[in-house]
Design a protein. Structure first.
Lengths: 415, 415
């Protein structure tokens, strides 16, 4: 059985060494790691072939098989990802604020690494390199627990990355992988509070729920997105169609895709037939309330459950409302605090929506698909936070840091 | 039994109304609440007398009785506390950052309330008014669970505060108290994740541990402080004595008091006798390693456990080291990430200490007793965070906020 205590101790030992690295040294290490991933791709692909074979034998679903599969192009993308991270500005060490107190104490708020990050994810080997890159660039040691179905692939990738660190005399324990399929080990990992400062689950709602319930380590919840677009009575209807089509169908399996449409009753007759036409080419199934079904007879009647569902599929729920306030109340009831949009030409309505809808990202006249680290200009992201503590929305390098106060005195004591 | 679901729903309903209040309206409400506390002190003191009587009958320890006791002066202090909070700048609504993307999207990062805050604390009725004031000024609804021994006092205070809100047509559910002594209710409260955005335990290490283990709500850990002072070989020894005397004895029961002294072997012979003399007048018990006991024969031999103990008493553990690195390693092993200090005239040593000691507040030549919201210039504080997520060190009003991204578009969709 995996000795988690020992892994924790090793991570803590590595983090001190990491914090002494210069931005140049970190960048060089990530670039070398990228080179080695390409050079040793045969070895990674062989390991991945084993995982694929076992997964096929276990009748893994087509979508999951696709996520598990590696090829030359995907390994190149991983390597490029590391190079991109190396090119991002290093946030560690930044003096965020500085002030002097009347007693002469100088207080400096300094950005520091979080320390040791734990990441639990599903059978997607590309996350392995990504998560390492983001944690390493912020001088955090990381312990990964990937999906068991990707264990051979992950182990091969981690081996290459650790050996690249070692070539540069950087402690390889900056990156560790839990190579164990036993669920009890995963649960014990969630309780390794003595060594791990934050645990980030990436994956399905079920995975995240399990981490929230079991972890004693502070958790950042990511990823569940029941995102809404509200078409106001003062909307530009063509713009609304274009935004919903993009938010629903540009990529269906992602957390920032639109799952539910809220439409003002005043414009439903003019709007819904336009929308139907735009979504028909993608065969989007519509599930609406009575007033929607009156206009779109082919629509299925939506249940209460529909409004709470993140479909990740070519399905859209539709709800009619009689006011902006009703729209906001509906969205605050069913959303997952991820991303919601209003389409309107009315500035006052938009400002009220942006203020009152409780979500990490609130949009006025733009697709929810922009909730993304790259689209926000942060570069690569470790996930989209849907909680309110620490970080909200796309989490880039800065969100993988904490801070400390350095206080400079000359003998001050408290009277 | 307390209907926690209903309390959660009421808090969520109140939070929306709170977020619509102007800074003036919030200030007025806090000032009115302060007036009412003074006017209705008789009723609060009567309730407190009941708690005190029951506590005495249960043989509550003297120190705890003192924390539980209210009098006119303490009620005045509570009222003044609310007025001070009302005078602090309102952080909600601040545009923290704003930028435009190449596609024309404008992104605004806006400071918003966290939403609903839960606070679990011990039998200290003054925390009731304090916690309400800080949460209210940041437009957060709050649900309090105070120590059962203070239930009558807390209920009386909460009644006065809620009625003050009601006078101003502000939803009284901005402040709710769990009036239940059943521990099962407290545990259920820790799992009210659907409604509560953050849970802050204030009190003993045991209380905090229990919250961390049981809560599914994100927790901010506060308060445990095993704080160190390291006297370097290049220290000004008189300054070191003055800092340790202050940090150890100015107030013993607080989390930023010094519990452990680390001393460089080169100066132990010159320094320890000086220190003994300074601490003798307060009868501080010294517990040291062999090399300390050689110089201070009256010192008790320190055990491994001593170095890990937050005494909150007139006791100091002492450890001799032969280098700065050894001092840092010792502190990182035993501290609680709260506050640690180096006394030295050597800038290089100081910088290394400030960088490598893992604590919320790291001091150079100043007492650890300055880790405090008022001393930092933040005004009142909700606690001192000892974790790295969200907030670290003294938590004032800003630390009771989150943020959201408001994204302004003109029909942008993702290509």
């Amino acid at each position: 059985m995996t000795d988690l205590q020992q892994m924790g101790q090793r991570a803590v030992a590595a983090k001190t060494a990491l914090q002494a690295l210069s931005p140049q040294e970190k960048g060089n290490a990530l670039r070398l790691a990228a080179v080695r991933l390409i050079e040793r791709q045969e070895e990674i692909l062989r390991a991945n072939a084993k995982d694929m074979e076992a997964a096929r034998a276990n009748d893994m679903a087509q979508g999951l098989l696709d996520r598990l599969r590696l090829d030359e192009k995907r390994i190149r993308a991983m390597a490029e990802g590391l190079e991109q991270i190396a090119a991002l500005p290093d946030p560690v060490g930044e003096v965020m604020e500085e002030w002097e107190r009347p007693n002469g104490l100088r207080i400096r708020k300094i950005r520091v690494p979080i320390g040791v990050v734990g990441i639990i994810y599903e059978a997607r080997p590309n996350v392995t390199a990504d998560a390492f890159g983001l944690c390493f660039q912020t001088a955090n040691a990381v312990i990964l627990k990937g999906g068991s179905d990707a264990l051979c692939s992950n182990a091969a990738i981690v081996k290459v990355l650790r050996e690249a660190l070692l070539e540069l005399q950087i402690p390889e324990d900056a990156l560790q992988l839990i190579e164990d399929r036993d669920r009890a080990v995963t649960v014990a990992f969630m309780k390794l509070k003595e060594y791990i400062d934050v645990l980030i689950p990436r994956g399905s709602a079920g995975l995240i729920q399990s981490v929230v319930e079991n972890s004693t380590i502070p958790v950042i919840e990511t990823g569940t997105g029941n995102c809404h677009v509200y078409v106001d009575k003062d909307a530009d209807l063509d713009m609304a169609v274009s935004i919903i089509k993009n938010a629903k169908t540009q990529r269906i399996g992602v957390c920032n895709a639109c799952e539910s449409l809220v439409v003002h009753s005043d414009i439903r007759e003019a709007f819904l037939p336009k929308l139907r036409q735009a979504l028909a080419e993608k065969n989007v199934e519509l599930r609406g309330d009575t007033r929607v079904c009156q206009i779109l007879p082919e629509a299925v009647r939506a249940t209460e459950e529909d409004y709470g569902t993140e479909y990740l599929d070519y399905i859209l729920s539709l709800k009619t409302v009689d006011s902006l306030e009703e729209a906001i109340a509906h969205i605050n009831r069913y959303n997952t605090r991820h991303s919601d949009c209003i389409v309107t030409e009315n500035r006052e309505a938009a400002e009220q929506f942006l203020r009152e809808v409780d979500a990490a990202c609130v949009y006025w006249n733009a697709s929810t698909r922009f909730t993304d680290g790259f689209e926000f200009g942060f570069g690569a992201e470790i996930g989209i936070s849907t909680q309110k503590l620490h970080a909200r929305g796309p989490m880039g390098l800065k969100e993988l840091t904490s801070y400390k106060y350095a206080v400079y005195g000359s003998g001050q004591v408290r009277p």
